[in-house]
Design a protein around this ligand. Structure first.
Ligand SMILES: [Zn+2]
Length: 318
């Protein structure tokens, strides 16, 4: 039997959210969607499939607005991308804000040549990794202080122990602590990337004291972790992963913390919600994730939208 070809085309737009229930995609990488979809198009053509249109950042934001995703928080988490997110926010003051940080997987590369990569393979260093971590972190702080109207969060930071090389965990933890301290000093939200590192992330937050507004981006924990989040007043941001079959614990976690501690995100270009998992993700896909949550919580989608919108407003002041 012939192997089914992966469909690389864009998913159709979801039904638009009602006018009084517009939302914000509180964690996305819009600039990355453009080259990602270009690569998808090349792949499609090479497999004899039709070309896939490549949309600009402006077009992607317009498509989101058309279905009621009225804004995004764009995340720049590699040293050369910090200003990409901030500039997008400057260019679209009503629609875009920025979150900036040095991603945990990046933090271990700065000034640390020689750390073994996943599975002991050599790491592919980029030119900016010559900058020592402390200097990269100083740049995050400088930009956050210089653009207070644009930068509404420090993130994504945290720990990523998925196929992480030896010695990296401690470097990540130290980098995470620096980001926690900065978010507290600036009095803005912290967006956490936690991949296969629930225990380590929680321990670090509790040891250092979490910022007042601490967000688990693309929440992937279980219901026990959600109980801890509830006790600590932490926020859970639901990505398309919350719509995947088998992720009942993630959906149930939304019920545990309550909609006043739940937000939605795409983390585009990855983690596309059902029923379009595998396609390219972009902010216009948010309503599908809201639908999955609404179905699990057994409440109208507009109520989930309004609840997450209010939470986002409170967490980021936007
Ligand atoms: Zn992300």
């Amino acid at each position: 039997m012939a192997k089914k070809h992966r469909d690389r085309s864009w998913a159709p737009a979801p039904e638009s959210l009602p006018a009084d229930a517009h939302v914000i995609d509180n964690h996305t990488h819009v600039a990355s969607v453009v080259p990602f979809s270009r690569a998808m198009s090349h792949e499609a053509v090479s497999k004899g499939q039709p070309e896939v249109p490549v949309y600009s950042v402006d077009e992607l934001l317009a498509q989101a607005a058309a279905v009621g995703v009225e804004g995004v928080i764009d995340c720049g988490c590699e040293l050369p991308n910090l200003m990409t997110a901030v500039n997008m926010a400057i260019d679209h003051p009503d629609q875009v804000h920025a979150a900036i940080a040095i991603h945990p997987n990046e933090s271990v590369l700065h000034g640390h040549r020689g750390v073994p990569g996943p599975d002991g393979l050599p790491v592919r260093y980029k030119p900016w990794h010559d900058v020592p971590f402390d200097e990269a972190m100083a740049e995050v702080e400088r930009i956050a202080r210089a653009f207070p109207d644009q930068v509404v969060a420090i993130g994504e930071t945290g720990m990523d122990l998925f196929r992480t090389g030896e010695g990296a965990a401690e470097l990540q933890r130290q980098a995470f602590r620096d980001h926690i301290a900065l978010a507290k000093e600036l009095g803005i939200a912290l967006q956490i990337h936690d991949r296969d590192a629930h225990r380590e992330v929680i321990e670090t937050l509790l040891a250092d004291g979490s910022p007042e507004r601490t967000v688990f981006h693309s929440y992937s924990g279980d219901t026990e972790m959600a109980q801890i989040a509830r006790e600590q007043g932490w926020y859970l941001s639901m990505s398309g992963a919350s719509s995947y079959k088998g992720n009942d614990a993630i959906r149930e976690s939304a019920r545990i913390v309550g909609l006043n501690h739940v937000m939605v995100e795409t983390d585009a270009p990855y983690l596309t919600p059902m029923p379009y998992r595998g396609r390219t993700n972009a902010p216009y896909m948010i309503p599908y994730t809201l639908q999955a949550l609404a179905q699990h919580l057994d409440i109208p989608v507009a109520d989930v939208a309004r609840g997450t919108r209010a939470t986002t407003r409170e967490v980021y002041g936007i």
